[in-house]
Design a protein around this ligand. Structure first.
Ligand SMILES: [Zn+2]
Length: 328
């Protein structure tokens, strides 16, 4: 087959997985001329998988296609599997790019509610398509700024279907499922009730709960929970997406305001896609987390895994709440 196998290597000392994806190094840098995500450059990317609108109107408003430099390989390759100290296996799944706007400079924070909803609806549609093969999980994320790993500045998100769930994801699911087994309630709901009751870390609570977590790992780490009773982005309700569409752009404008347009990673924490969503939604709710990249990892983090947050969420949440109200 005509692709380079990306592989998962297991660190024997930590049990953590690492993806080895050599083709990623071929990605164009920001200095390369022309933008392959701009309208008129469609031939420079893999074929269109989704276009909004479906046909006609030029340019398109949203467009999705396979990532030219995938971090996972299609299933069915001849990758090597090994166990022991040098354990490895092929990293299989699918990796897509979703361009959020035809306008190179129209970042998601400037989107109208209608535009944001169109992007979220397109992401759900692609998440459904990727989930239909029943991978272990479909992860959606948005890297903004070079320090957050964005190789091209044109506004875009990415979706990765992973055939095997990595330990970090399994550990989150295990905690949430354990809480459900112990209490009959969802961890996300209990956490929301506790945050609302404490109040001091709540940024906004209008259809979507926005808060900065108690044990935030970086300044202005922020969580958005839509509470639409679904476990994965693929199963998200129209009401849940609409609520996020109203909240996300002003939140991103608020973050840009308080931190001076920081690089950040936005991720959708999704439940498993290899079981029915109604089972997943008993103990998991898809939700969004944003981590601004304003701090660097240092020796203590490397030696112990302990992240040092130089600020307290009780102090930063009110700042963001104020900036977000001003940005509405
Ligand atoms: Zn562009």
């Amino acid at each position: 087959m005509n692709f380079v196998i990306t592989e998962t290597r297991v660190d024997a000392e930590t049990g953590e997985w690492r993806l080895s994806a050599p083709r990623r190094a071929e990605r164009p840098g920001p200095a390369s001329s022309g933008c392959p995500f701009c309208p008129g450059h469609e031939a420079e990317t893999p074929p269109t998988r989704l276009r909004v609108p479906v046909s006609g109107e030029e340019p398109w408003r949203v467009r999705a296609f396979a990532n030219k430099y995938p971090i996972v390989s299609p299933a069915g390759g001849d990758g090597v599997t090994a166990t022991g100290l040098f354990a490895r296996f092929p990293a299989t799944g699918d990796h897509e790019v979703l361009v959020e706007s035809p306008d190179h400079a129209r970042d998601l924070r400037f989107a109208t509610t209608g535009e944001a909803l169109e992007v979220l609806t397109a992401l759900r549609s692609r998440a459904q398509a990727l989930a239909s093969r029943r991978p272990a999980a479909v992860v959606a994320f948005r890297n903004y700024g070079a320090a957050a790993g964005a190789s091209l500045p044109h506004p875009h998100s990415q979706l990765v279907a992973l055939d095997q769930a990595p330990p970090g994801l399994v550990s989150r699911w295990r905690l949430a499922r354990g809480h459900y087994t112990d209490t009959g309630r969802r961890l996300v709901d209990d956490l929301a009730a506790a945050e609302r009751s404490a109040g001091e870390r709540v940024v906004a609570d209008n259809g979507v709960l926005v808060y900065q977590p108690y044990a935030a790992s970086v300044p202005h780490q922020t969580v958005l929970v839509p509470f639409d009773g679904t476990g994965t982005l693929a199963a998200a309700s129209d009401a849940g997406l609409a609520a996020v569409a109203r909240t996300l752009p002003p939140l991103l404008r608020g973050l840009a305001d308080v931190l001076g347009d920081p690089a950040y990673n936005l991720v959708v924490h999704a439940g498993p896609t290899d079981v029915e969503d109604r089972e997943v939604a008993r103990w998991w709710q898809w939700h969004i987390e944003i981590q601004p990249r304003t701090t660097a990892y240092a020796g203590l983090e490397l030696a112990t895994g302990l992240l040092v947050n130089p600020s307290r969420p009780e102090e930063t949440a009110p700042e963001l709440a104020k900036a977000m109200s001003a940005a509405r």
